[in-house]
Design a protein around this ligand. Structure first.
Ligand code: KG4
Ligand code: ZN
Length: 387
């Protein structure tokens, strides 16, 4: 019988799910009650490990997950004031992601659920990002209306989906979503473009947060650099960011005067002076303008193609999730342009935008009814798709 139904029949309504996330460079565990209340959420980031390589090193990521998974789960339980016996089910990311990294969470989740004799729910990381928006909306007591268009925009993905609610088979069971892929990036993910441009401008890793903080300082500077809208043949809901990144690269190469400040910033990064306040004085007006124009071009692509998808499908709601959803200009532009188009736009908080396990526990809740019939034959799936 289904877990939620047992609990409903016995009058004990709270379902506490332990979510586990290890698909990339964050080891995370969280406990979410009834698919809406975050009792705890712990994220151990590996940024300091990967920073000097300018990107995630898969082998180092797996090893760090192995070291962190047990303490992170214990901390999530402690923060929620719970013990293992209080957990009703375990949800774990099984893809997409780095295979070695995924395997740590999947193996741990399987052993834990078997030991506790509790249901185990395999969760698609991308669906986790969609649920992050709903988790946030629960906190603000609003429910995004469906159908919606959902933009998942992170370091590994830039994807556009149409999301509808499937009617639940039993009245009290949580509703599930039905996804249709509308488009995606043809080359780099948006976050990847941020990280690469930050690298070529000697702004450190990851690129998104630092570019986000510096972009405003260059917004009113006039120079000869400009980035027009990206032209893509075929689907209007596809994206391409490699041209924007390459335009920045060629501009820097064509202007040898950038070399000196690049060397100064590289030295600052080596000395661990990597905050916006450290790097801002080391950026010329021309660099700040480049940063600002790069960000505006990326944001324009994301906002306009997503709004076009909403108009094209008749959706009145837009959901934006993933690490790049934390971006200030993206949020502002989406909010302003969606309002003009009479479309409602929803973002998770910044903490729920980037990888976390609360969104995994939340997504697991909606698939709990499948867990009873699930075999444990599934494994890590690095190339898992949503549809
Ligand atoms: O969702 P996430 O934590 O991990 C992936 O699944 O990739 O996203 C990480 C990505 C990185 O590329 C990072 O540079 C970008 O999100 N990012 C941002 C911001 N914060 C993180 N990009 C733009 N603006 C931000 N504020
Ligand atoms: Zn992610």
């Amino acid at each position: 019988m289904l877990l939620w139904k047992i609990q409903k029949d016995t009058g004990f309504m709270t379902t506490r799910i332990l979510g586990i996330e290890s698909s990339c460079d964050e080891t995370a565990a969280a406990i979410v009650a009834d698919g809406r209340d975050i009792l705890s959420s712990v994220v151990a980031t590996q940024l300091d490990i990967h920073r000097k390589y300018g990107g995630v090193v898969p082998e180092l990521a797996s090893r760090a997950h192995l070291r962190k998974i047990v303490p992170v789960v214990r901390e999530a339980l402690a923060k929620a004031g719970l013990s293992f016996g209080d957990i009703d089910a375990v949800g774990v990311t099984h893809g997409p992601g780095l295979v070695g990294a995924l395997l740590v969470g999947v193996t741990y989740g399987k052993v834990l659920a078997t030991e506790l004799r509790k249901p185990l729910v395999p969760v698609n990381h991308l669906e986790g990002h969609v649920h992050a928006v709903f988790l946030e909306a629960h906190l603000s007591r609003v429910v995004p209306e469906l159908p919606a268009v959902c933009l998942i925009v992170s370091g590994g993905h830039t994807l556009l989906y149409h999301v509808e609610a499937k009617q639940p088979t039993e009245p009290a069971s949580p509703r599930k979503f039905v996804y249709r892929r509308l488009g995606g990036t043809r080359d780099d993910a948006a976050g990847e473009a941020y990280d690469k441009v930050a690298r070529l401008l000697a702004l450190g890793y990851p690129g998104g947060p630092i570019i986000d903080q510096l972009a405003n300082a260059g917004s009113r500077i006039k120079d000869d650099f400009s980035l027009g809208p990206v032209k893509i043949k075929g689907s209007p809901f596809d994206f391409s960011f490699s041209g924007i990144k390459t335009a920045v690269l060629y501009y820097v190469r064509a202007h040898p005067e950038f070399a000196e400040e690049l060397a100064v910033r590289e030295k600052a990064l080596r000395e661990n002076r990597r905050k916006a306040a450290d790097l801002l004085p080391l950026c010329s007006p021309r660099t700040l303008s480049l940063i600002s124009k790069f960000q505006s071009a990326v944001v324009r692509e994301l906002v306009e193609r997503t709004l076009a998808a909403a108009a094209g499908t008749g959706a009145r709601t837009i959901l934006v999730s993933g690490g790049v959803a934390a971006n200030g200009e993206l949020r502002e532009r989406f909010t302003a342009q969606a309002e003009r188009a009479s479309v409602k736009v929803f973002f998770p908080s910044r903490a729920l935008s980037t990888d976390n396990a609360a969104m995994i526990a939340e997504a697991a809740y909606f698939h709990l009814s499948d867990a009873a019939t699930n075999s444990r034959e599934w494994n890590a799936e690095p190339n898992l798709r949503l549809v």
